[in-house]
Ligand binder design. Structure first.
Ligand code: AMP
Length: 249
């Protein structure tokens, strides 16, 4: 079975993002970029399925700027076999990403597509669901455990108040939650080997997809600054302040 893993290059999760002076978006100049953490979990899961002999080939796909090649190379160093970059400098919205992935799925005929549950830049949590709808495939979102049972895939999902297990026919869509696995670090020899692995480049137009944005960002704001706290001398002062200043009791 072939697995496709779509991965997004985003601002590294350790970076404190800054809003641009004109409030049109986030400052990206000289900011460390990395693979979206949920996509790393998706790559790790695909590699584990290959190690278990369930997957035969892992193809990683990114839609983004030329620099996303680095992100794809990281996935190749983790154990993916081949990469595709759909190169564009447009900030591609989830529906257009899903249309691109649908076109790639038609060419590659994978048994499963594993995506992150969300990209930590836009927090959209849309692409996997839209892709499942466009392809007409079954989907299991927010996976915390994945098992192949016969010719079905069983996916455990964390839901309010418990766990839910779904059984999916292949081909199917799975999106990863945080507890699915802990992604490996690529070793130096594997980083070197990844440089030789195939990376194909194409454009959205080659797949017949128009990536022109449909949504306009009006304004991006910093969160309101928190006021500094104060220390009180005793419980009596605390109760007095809660009554007279905070007015919560
Ligand atoms: P989102 O719907 O934007 O929160 O993203 C959910 C998941 O869709 C990500 O974790 C990726 O697996 C995939 N995805 C979103 N945008 C892209 C992109 N530009 N290139 C490749 N995969 C993407």
């Amino acid at each position: 079975m072939k697995i496709i893993v779509p991965i997004k290059r985003v601002v590294d999760f350790n970076v404190k993002v800054r809003v641009k002076a004109d409030q049109s978006g986030i400052e990206l100049a000289n900011v460390k970029m990395s693979m979206n953490p949920f996509c790393e979990i998706a790559v790790e899961e695909a590699v584990r399925l290959k190690e278990k002999g369930i997957a035969t080939e892992i193809v990683v796909v990114s839609v983004g700027p030329t620099q996303a090649q680095e992100t794809l190379r990281t996935a190749l160093a983790m154990g993916a076999d081949r990469a595709i970059l759909v190169q564009t400098d447009v900030n591609v919205e989830p529906l257009a990403v899903a249309k691109i992935l649908k076109a790639i799925a038609a060419k590659e005929t994978p048994g499963m597509i594993i995506l992150g549950k969300q990209a930590i830049d836009g927090d959209n949590n849309q692409t996997g669901q839209m892709l499942a709808a466009l392809l007409g495939w079954g989907q299991a979102t927010f996976a915390s455990k994945l098992e192949k049972v016969g010719d079905q895939i069983n996916v455990t999902r964390e839901i309010d108040g418990g766990l839910e297990t779904l059984s999916l026919k292949m081909p199917c869509i799975v999106t990863t939650d945080l507890r699915l696995n802990e992604p490996r670090y690529a070793s130096l020899p594997n980083i070197m080997k990844a440089k030789q692995k195939p990376l194909a480049m194409m454009a959205p137009a080659d797949l017949g997809v128009d990536v022109t944005p449909r949504v306009v960002t009006l304004k991006v704001n910093e969160p309101a600054k928190r006021k500094a706290g104060i220390k009180v001398k005793d419980v009596a002062e605390l109760v007095a302040k809660l009554k007279t200043e905070a007015k919560v009791i």
